[in-house]
Ligand binder design. Structure first.
Ligand code: PMP
Length: 420
């Protein structure tokens, strides 16, 4: 069994070996951003120490080496997600930029007044706001998939009722960063095909944690951010089916994305260069490639299996802390399982107070709306606390978190002169 996998990997993550507020750091904010293994730190440092140079622009040796490493990183990302053609991977600043890219290219070209875009109430703001802006420009109509009556996941019966001949695009979160629920991507892809709509999947919380294979997923585009899968921040990617990318006009103009430039017009490079204007985040992209390779060398099946184990343990222990604790999202034994993250609230306590007290005990969790304000409205709360595990977290850390949470609840109860 891989029960000890988390403990075995920890030595590769230098940041984890420290105390916070006099206690060993328990980092459970991985849904916001992950930590980086030495393989990634070394790739960044080697780039700057050994061959830093601009890419695609020089014939000199260092530039050729930087270009080769940059393009190798693209291939490594393609490998992580099962893309056979690495020209289907566009390097962006993050997932947010990748979604904005689609909205401002394919969206501008194809969405007209009265066309419908299906989103959900559980989307991250990054998959809401770009479409709101597009709808405001074009007169398109946004439709939102509701939650099931138990409010644990998207309601596929409701989704079905939203489909129409006017549906042009479906853009949904693959794994929710709050509910942890996993989309029935095969069902959605089949529905999109049936109505002739394009499908974008927000894979920010799936690519880091489970096998994602674009050759069978059925999406036209997926997006993800490097910083959530052990890579550097400031870089992410858009994957798109090549014919779709080829049909898309440019968004940002400048160097690198052109074929020929005249004073009054230009012709454009084929994808992916067409969508990579300007000097990219070279070292960060190379670091993202190193992260993709590092995860692949572990095996995404193994990563997923370990996270199911640690995620279920986190869910069960957290749920058992007190009847006052509500954990959002499906149970771990739901049909497609759940991610190794738990957004929760303790009745009578503010999420921000909970996370502040946990930090005193060295435990890092996030509180707030997690960039999913409409979802929190659906859940009837303004905010939640969220503990999110990754491959390097251990059962002992879950225990430390649970103990600190018990102490936190007791602290506030005592301060209020008895139990709430
Ligand atoms: N979608 C989801 C589901 C996310 O969890 C996040 C990051 N919290 C994003 C989109 C946006 O990612 P980024 O800020 O890196 O663009």
């Amino acid at each position: 069994s891989d029960t000890g996998l988390g403990a075995a990997l920890r030595s590769q993550f230098p940041i984890l070996d420290q105390e916070v507020n006099g206690r060993p750091l328990v980092y459970l904010d991985n849904a916001a951003t992950s930590q980086k293994p030495r393989a990634v730190l070394d790739a960044l440092s080697r780039c700057y120490a050994e061959y830093n140079s601009n890419v695609h622009r020089g014939v000199h040796t260092l530039s050729a080496k930087a270009t080769q490493e940059y393009e190798a990183a693209r291939a490594k990302v393609a490998g992580l997600i099962g893309a056979r053609n690495c020209r289907e991977v566009v390097i962006t600043r993050n997932a947010t930029e990748a979604i904005n890219l689609v909205a401002n290219t394919w969206g501008e070209q194809n969405i007209k007044e009265g066309d419908e875009i299906i989103l959900s109430v559980a989307e991250h703001h990054a998959n809401l706001v770009p479409w709101q802006l597009l709808a405001a420009r074009t007169g398109a109509v946004l439709r939102h998939v509701r939650l099931t009556p138990d409010r644990t996941q998207l309601d596929m019966d409701h989704f079905r009722t939203l489909l129409s001949p006017r549906t042009r695009l479906i853009s949904l979160v693959h794994v929710s960063n709050v509910l942890g629920c996993v989309l029935d991507a095969a069902y959605v892809a089949e529905a999109a095909k049936r109505v002739g709509a394009k499908l974008l999947l927000d894979c920010c919380q799936s690519v880091p944690h489970m096998p994602v294979d674009v050759s069978t997923l059925g999406a036209d585009w997926i997006v993800a951010s490097s910083h959530k899968f052990c890579g550097p921040s400031g870089v992410g990617f858009l994957w798109g089916r090549y014919e779709v990318l080829e049909s898309m006009t440019p968004w940002m103009g400048g160097g690198e994305m052109i074929a020929d430039v005249y004073l009054d017009h230009s012709t454009f490079a084929p994808p992916p260069a067409r969508f990579e204007a300007g000097t990219p985040a070279i070292a960060e992209t190379i670091g993202m490639g190193a992260a993709a390779d590092w995860l692949r060398s572990l095996g995404m099946d193994r990563v997923h299996a370990y996270e199911n184990e640690i995620g279920s343990y986190l869910y069960e222990r957290l749920s058992a802390v007190s009847p006052r604790v509500t954990v959002y999202g499906p149970k771990p034994d739901a049909p497609r399982g759940r991610a190794s993250l738990c957004a929760f609230n303790v009745e009578g306590l503010h999420a921000t107070d909970v996370s502040t007290l946990l930090d005193f005990a060295g435990v890092a969790v996030r509180s707030g709306h997690h960039c999913a304000q409409p979802l929190h409205r659906e859940l009837g709360v303004a905010a939640s606390a969220r503990a999110s595990a990754y491959i390097y977290n251990t059962a002992a850390e879950v225990d430390a978190f649970v103990e600190a949470l018990q102490d936190t609840i007791k602290f506030f109860d005592d301060a209020h002169g008895g139990a709430a």
